[in-house]
Design a protein. Structure first.
Ligand code: GLU
Length: 306
């Protein structure tokens, strides 16, 4: 890696993958995502010494959407440790991220914390223990990226209004006794997490604690025990990229998490954190150009864990 010139490699990758964005389509269930500029593109890396490399719109903020699920999971594991797995499983779903059928068949226990139902259960666990769960997730993110981060109130409200399936999932879990606080509180927390805004550069920094055995490499602060960092990485690798987790494991070979705004974070254990952003999504909901960028970066920098 030391001999690899990321300053040269990142623009090369950007030039190669950016045209692929035309094959994708940005999410359209809320105006803020439908109106996103499809030509935005960024790729950023941050290694464990803090050295950063970036190309494109790396300092433009966007809603992190489902990427927040990694950090709400982290916070829940801080609070309850492995007891969390009594409330949510850790198997890939093989079904859409907002599937209700699976939740019915599994009697209200979501397949994993990277799909919506699992994230709603995680919000519930946090609500039982913190006064302001989404505020605490934002504080964690802010600490990890070393800068204040924002929240887009319009997106938060739009998520709440458009969240019929998510609300239905929360009610279903409640009916099965796997939601202990109110559906309204869970939905409000969840919408707040979707609406956190960050940049590609900030996300590449924030994910590094997972590449560093659970310790924030900048401050030396232990975020989670090493064993839990391994487990979060395992869940990301197997469940973090919607129905394409197998394909991502094959092509990228790293723990990754996608969000519907077109960002994908990944970490290479012992090496670096990274993030790619391009709003148009492929059929499974992953950023078309962002996924291709991580594929090329992992190949060229030999980052795969396999
Ligand atoms: N706000 C989205 C939803 O709950 C998040 C989806 C995502 O980024 O995967 O539908």
């Amino acid at each position: 890696m030391r001999t690899l010139d990321l300053d040269a490699l990142l623009p090369e990758i950007a030039a190669q993958v950016q045209p692929l964005a035309r094959q994708g389509q940005q999410a359209d269930y809320i105006p803020a995502l439908a109106d996103a500029d499809p030509n935005r593109f960024a790729l950023a890396t941050c290694d464990l010494t803090g050295a950063e490399h970036a190309v494109g719109d790396a300092d433009v903020p966007f809603a992190i959407q489902s990427i927040a699920k990694v950090f709400s999971l982290t916070l829940a594991l801080q609070h309850v440790g492995e007891d969390l797995w009594k409330r949510v499983d850790r198997e890939p779903s093989g079904d859409p991220f907002n599937s209700l059928i699976q939740l019915e068949l599994d009697e209200g226990v979501p397949r994993n914390p990277m799909i919506n139902a699992g994230a709603l259960a995680v919000c519930d666990v946090l609500l039982e223990r913190c006064d302001d769960p989404d505020g605490e997730v934002r504080a964690l993110l802010s600490e990890l990226c070393g800068e204040p981060i924002g929240i887009d109130d319009e997106i938060r409200e739009a998520e709440r209004r458009a969240g019929h399936r998510n609300t239905a999932m929360a009610h279903l879990m409640s009916a099965f006794g796997n939601l202990h606080t109110s559906v309204e509180a869970v939905m409000s927390t969840y919408a707040g997490l979707c609406a956190v805004t960050m940049t590609t550069r900030q996300l590449a920094r924030a994910i590094r604690f997972l590449a560093n055995g659970g310790v924030d490499p900048k401050t030396g602060h232990r975020v989670v025990p090493e064993a839990l960092a391994r487990r979060i990485n395992a869940v990301m690798l197997t469940c973090g990229t919607y129905d394409s987790a197998g394909q991502f494991a094959y092509e990228v070979g790293l723990p990754c998490k996608s969000g519907v705004a077109g960002a994908i974070v990944a970490d290479a254990p012992g090496r670096l954190g990274m993030c790619a952003w391009s709003p148009p999504l492929d059929a499974s909901g992953n950023s078309r150009a962002g996924g291709a960028a991580l594929h090329l970066l992992a190949e060229r920098a030999k980052l795969s864990v396999f």
